[in-house]
Design a protein around this ligand. Structure first.
Ligand SMILES: Nc1nc2c(c(=O)[nH]1)N[C@H]1C(S)=C(S)[C@@H](COP(=O)(O)OP(=O)(O)OC[C@H]3O[C@@H](n4cnc5c(N)ncnc54)[C@H](O)[C@@H]3O)O[C@H]1N2
Ligand code: MOO
Length: 391
């Protein structure tokens, strides 16, 4: 049985190998990550640009300048100013090569065809130099940069219309179990409502992954094998819940073997989520999460979330903080345990109802307390390690 730390390390290493790039128009690239460096195709600004509404000057030793015309933003002519000449100019307009400073209009008294400046500005004042922000051929944004609105605006300001980004994976969610029926149907004896698919689909949507399909199968080998074969072929990631333990009707492991999915690990020394499987083939990552809903969701946040981050070029794993426990908790057994909890401003409350079959307390949690295997209790005021959920 692998440790939590080694399992996370294996997820990170494996997921990096499955990243795929795609070229996207920038308006569809929000929150995606650059797959390669982007070089600027222009100087920005592309010309000497006035930073103020005022007057462009060809400086001389006197405070009086003769006014020779006007340049608006967007004008593309190049008047030649002699020493002692000024031209009216506006923010964003091209400063003629013959001007060596711009003075803001508040510092000028205008008298017909002459202006008098308060004092002569220093050379190049209020002129944004060519390529001040980025020069033609320089790296504008590095590989690995997440495309925020600011980044997209910046690329657009350089005239860039498309970028190479990490592709968001297509994900198949498979639930297994004869006992599962759809919410909305009458509940018959021995059955329960199927809830893992909607839980994981919405968790994926919340993280920005929207290419998600849901597949529901019963506990038999042929259906499990056939469905898995199809979704593994068509998707970048497959997430199965249930059927991965050791029962006579747990067929997932057997089907994965027959499909020659390479096992990276099976079984993690943790509670909940011991029977977690992680594997891959050359183009698809595959997680088989335990069927118990709280175990499935814990494993999703600790392992699947990490894999999704790496596949898409993001760097986050769950945020770890230390916090003061507001609760007592006694652990049974020697497996490290993740405990549903509410974190608030340096303090964490460990909730009742930690069974992996129960979602009631997960529903109000925003964090998991990670309790190491060698601890058997947490006491009020102990410092504990907390993982904040990306919810
Ligand atoms: N002899 C052993 N039995 C079990 C072991 C073990 O080590 N030896 N491990 C236990 C642990 S820990 C877990 S967790 C479960 C995991 O079993 P499976 O992954 O095979 O899951 P299932 O048996 O199919 O389901 C477990 C539980 O979850 C319910 N479930 C399943 N899918 C859904 C769904 N989509 N929506 C809602 N609920 C679901 C299912 O009805 C079961 O109650 O194995 C233990 N057994
Ligand atoms: O992993 Mo199981 O979830 O411990 O119940």
């Amino acid at each position: 049985m692998i440790s939590i730390e080694d399992a996370i390390k294996a997820v990170i290493e494996t997921s990096n190998t499955i990243s795929i790039s795609i070229t996207f128009p920038i308006e569809r690239a929000l929150n995606l990550v650059l797959f390669s460096d982007v070089y600027s195709p222009i100087n920005m600004p592309p010309f000497r640009q006035s930073a103020m509404d005022g007057y462009a000057l060809n400086l001389h030793g006197d405070l009086t300048y003769s006014l020779v015309g006007e340049i608006k933003a967007g004008d593309s002519y190049q008047p030649i100013l002699k020493k002692g000449e000024a031209i009216r100019i506006f923010t964003g307009a091209a400063v003629p090569d013959s001007a060596n400073a711009v003075i803001m209009q508040e510092k000028v008294i205008s008298k017909g065809n002459t202006i008098v400046v308060e004092s002569n500005p220093v050379e190049e004042q209020n002129i944004r130099p060519i390529g001040e922000q980025v020069k033609n051929g320089e790296i504008a944004l590095k590989k690995g940069t997440k495309l925020t609105s600011a980044a997209i605006g910046y690329l657009s300001s350089l005239g860039i219309t498309e970028v190479s980004v990490y592709k968001k994976p297509s994900i198949a969610l498979i639930t297994t179990g004869n006992e599962l029926i759809e919410a909305g149907q009458p509940l018959t004896y021995g059955k329960i409502y199927e809830s893992n698919s909607i839980m994981l689909k919405t968790a994926l949507l919340n993280l920005g992954f929207d290419k998600v399909s849901i597949h529901k199968i019963e506990d038999n080998f042929d259906d499990t094998y056939n469905e898995l074969q199809e979704v593994v072929e068509k998707n970048d990631m497959v997430i199965i819940t249930g059927g991965i333990s050791v029962g006579d009707y747990d067929f997932v492991g057997k089907a994965l073997k027959k499909l020659e999915i390479e096992e990276i690990f099976y079984k993690v020394n943790q509670k909940p989520g011991k029977p977690l499987f992680f594997g891959k083939n050359d183009h698809t990552l595959l997680f088989a999460l335990p069927g118990n809903p709280a175990a499935a969701l814990s494993c999703f946040y600790i392992y699947v979330y990490t894999a999704l981050q790496k596949m898409t070029g993001l760097k986050n794993t769950l945020t770890k903080v230390m916090a003061i426990s507001a609760s007592n908790f006694e652990k049974k057994g020697d497996r490290p345990q993740f405990l549903k909890a509410i974190y608030n401003d340096g303090t964490v409350t460990i909730l009742e109802g930690q069974s992996s079959a129960m979602l009631q307390t997960f529903a109000i949690s925003n964090a998991l307390v990670k309790m190491s295997g060698d601890l058997d209790q947490i006491k009020i005021n102990d410092m504990v390690e907390v993982l904040l959920l990306p919810i």
